[in-house]
Design a protein around this ligand. Structure first.
Ligand SMILES: O=C[C@H](O)COP(=O)(O)O
Length: 236
């Protein structure tokens, strides 16, 4: 299992790389839940990751990026995704407002056909029962999504306060059985690490819980990042 950490600057990227985080998520954290980070800033972070990869050729680092909580048009979506692929982003995370909207299905399929790795982010508010989860996951797997994750839109409460462990366990198992790379995130604090790691997702996603005052718009704290990566090492 890995930990994914959302970063919004080069210093934050350096911080997570030096703490051995292997899933680096480019995200604007000042507003929204899945806001897109400025492209030039994203480029600078990718440059930093490339330098790190050269110095650590055995480190298997994946860079993901969010493209916004919603989208103005099909053409804008295409540009948002392609521009990030062009600078070296490995995986694109799509919000439910986009991947579940039939208007965007053709452009999403274009990228999937090209074997671009897309993660469908399920909003925790919509993860309501096993039948719904099962139906959604089958649809995503049949459409050839690379991965799936649950995340929250409001960050005041952790994911575990919104969805039972039993249902999260079902979600992880069902996603894995369909060969979807599966993650759990949403206002997670270090206290939730053990109970969620026990469900064996491919990764746990963090931001708020690793920041000053546990607020995602605030800077990441190096000591908390090291704590979470040491928990990953101890768990694996
Ligand atoms: O994908 C991971 C998210 O950025 C986690 O952010 P959060 O901990 O603020 O919900």
């Amino acid at each position: 299992m890995q930990v994914l950490v959302s970063v919004n600057s080069v210093p934050e990227a350096e911080m997570v790389l030096s703490a051995d985080v292997r899933l680096i998520d480019l995200k604007e954290t000042s507003h929204g839940a899945l806001a897109a980070l400025d492209l030039n800033l994203s480029k600078s972070i990718i440059h930093e990751v490339s330098l790190y990869r050269q110095q650590h050729p055995h480190a298997d680092i994946i860079v993901s990026a969010t493209i916004g909580d919603d989208c103005a048009s099909v053409q804008v979506l295409r540009e948002l995704i392609q521009s990030r692929l062009d600078i070296g982003v490995n995986v694109i995370k799509l919000p439910q407002t986009i991947w579940a909207d039939a208007a965007y299905a053709p452009v999403i399929k274009e990228f999937l056909f090209r074997q671009v790795k897309l993660i469908a982010v399920l909003s925790a508010d919509h993860v309501s029962g096993k039948e719904t989860i099962d139906r959604i996951l089958h649809e995503l797997a049949n459409t050839a999504y690379w991965g799936v994750m649950v995340d929250t839109t409001q960050k005041a409460k952790p994911l575990t306060a919104l969805i039972s462990l039993n249902l999260l366990d079902f979600f992880v198992k069902a996603a894995k059985s369909l060969k979807l790379y599966v993650g759990l995130a949403g206002g997670l604090q270090l206290e939730q690490f053990d109970q969620l790691a026990d469900l064996s997702p491919d990764y746990l996603g963090f931001r708020s819980g690793l920041c000053v005052n546990q607020r995602r718009e605030q800077p990441l704290l190096a000591e908390k990042i090291h704590l979470v990566t040491s928990k990953v090492s101890a768990f694996c």
